[in-house]
Design a protein around this ligand. Structure first.
Ligand SMILES: CC[C@@H](C(=O)O)C(=O)SCCNC(=O)CCNC(=O)[C@H](O)C(C)(C)COP(=O)(O)OP(=O)(O)OC[C@H]1O[C@@H](n2cnc3c(N)ncnc32)[C@H](O)[C@@H]1OP(=O)(O)O
Ligand code: CO
Length: 134
């Protein structure tokens, strides 16, 4: 892992949270993207080197909807950038972490993504991200 790739925030309404975070940052979202496999709509803001991902559920079975029902809106995950996602996952497994998907999934903003179970990371959902090379 070499830097924080983004911080994911679960929101009830992308539209109203886009307006709120635009006011907060003084900038509008630079990207909006639906990720069907995760049943979410996302938007991204950039503040210097830091990316913030807002996530709105598109289905009641979405991880984001379940999270909001249990804990309310707020920080949902921290994503770390990696150069070699499969090597990093092999290392983390050998250290005893529980990986939620062994095979990388296509995430937002052109990334391969893999999640670690929050039960093995002190209650924090961790996402690993590697650029998809096209
Ligand atoms: C847009 C794509 C991508 C990107 O490119 O950036 C994304 O960010 S997608 C983000 C949404 N997708 C995911 O979160 C996928 C990974 N998550 C999961 O697989 C599940 O959410 C989970 C973490 C395995 C939990 O699922 P499940 O066991 O079905 O839900 P429960 O509601 O029963 O929760 C069990 C347990 O885990 C706690 N929990 C759930 N989510 C989180 C979280 N984000 N952070 C911390 N803890 C979390 C939940 O509170 C339960 O705890 P207990 O109540 O103590 O048992
Ligand atoms: Co994310």
């Amino acid at each position: 892992m070499n830097k924080i790739e983004h911080i994911g925030i679960a929101v009830k309404s992308l539209k109203s949270s886009n307006a709120l975070f635009s006011k907060l940052f003084g900038e509008t979202a630079y990207r909006e993207e639906a990720v069907l496999s995760e049943k979410v709509n996302t938007s991204f803001f950039k503040i210097g080197e830091t990316k913030i991902e807002l996530l709105e559920a598109t289905d009641k079975d979405s991880a984001i909807n379940k999270f909001i029902e249990k804990k309310g809106e707020g920080i949902h995950h921290i994503a770390f950038h990696v150069d070699d996602i499969l090597a990093e996952v092999a290392r983390l497994k050998s250290e005893g972490f529980t990986v939620l998907n062994d095979t990388p999934k296509v995430g937002a903003d052109n990334k391969w993504v893999i999640f670690l179970h929050p039960k093995t990371t002190n209650g924090v959902l961790i996402e690993l991200c590697q650029e998809i090379k096209r």
